[in-house]
Design a protein around this ligand. Sequence first.
Ligand code: ATP
Length: 237
Amino acid sequence: MNLTLIKVTNLEKKFGNNYALKGVSFNIEKGDFVSIFGPNGAGKTTLLKIISTQIKPTAGNIFYNGVALKDLPDDFRNYFGVISHQPFLYENLTAYENLKFYGGLYNVQNLDNKIISLLKSVELYQRKDDYVRNYSRGMLQRLSIARALLHDPEIILLDEPYTGLDQHASHILTNILKEQFGKNKTILMITHNLSKGYELATKIMVMKKGKIVYNENKSVIPEHEFEDIYLSVVSGK
Ligand SMILES: Nc1ncnc2c1ncn2[C@@H]1O[C@H](COP(=O)(O)OP(=O)(O)OP(=O)(O)O)[C@@H](O)[C@H]1O
């Protein structure tokens, strides 16, 4: 049986007089992998920030498991793992110390073993005692993936996670996402990478000018037609 984990109704976000989001409504089932596409400025990052409670909507509602956002307990943020443009890492700590710090905030059990296992899976174990200020951009991105997964979140939100990753690191991330999907985690990923987003998704959404203009199960979208569908949706033809 499908279980609606996230229900969004008539979401609206205004910055000054401009609508970043307008009339956004959709449901996400537990275990869905949603890829969200759309041109620059469509409202994708704004939507992800609202879902992960980083910013508040101007109007509309979000329900998690049927409970309105305002009625959820403070520790509800623990349900989310967020990978975004900001790595949320401390430059003057080592990679290991960063994860130790975050693990403490989330009260992660068996922390040292989890840190070691995650550092190995993002292939940074050999560099665990290096200061983060000396990390390359791709290494920072890999470490932020480990940070986001440390507390084993139910919902994983990713904003352009492939940006800045080389081929090998992209492959590592894809494997991690497949593994998380296999554990029935719910995943929302913003990406401009049509083939990667299509490959991983169970559900595909396209945003344009603050609205969801396409929302389908991937099973009804043939792979060879997807790029044409996307282009016609965003061009409005
Ligand atoms: N803090 C803010 N203050 C003012 N305007 C904002 C703010 N954040 C976003 N916006 C505006 O809201 C609109 C949507 O921005 P958003 O970052 O959500 O788009 P996006 O789809 O993620 O774009 P991109 O693909 O370029 O990352 C844009 O017009 C943007 O300028």
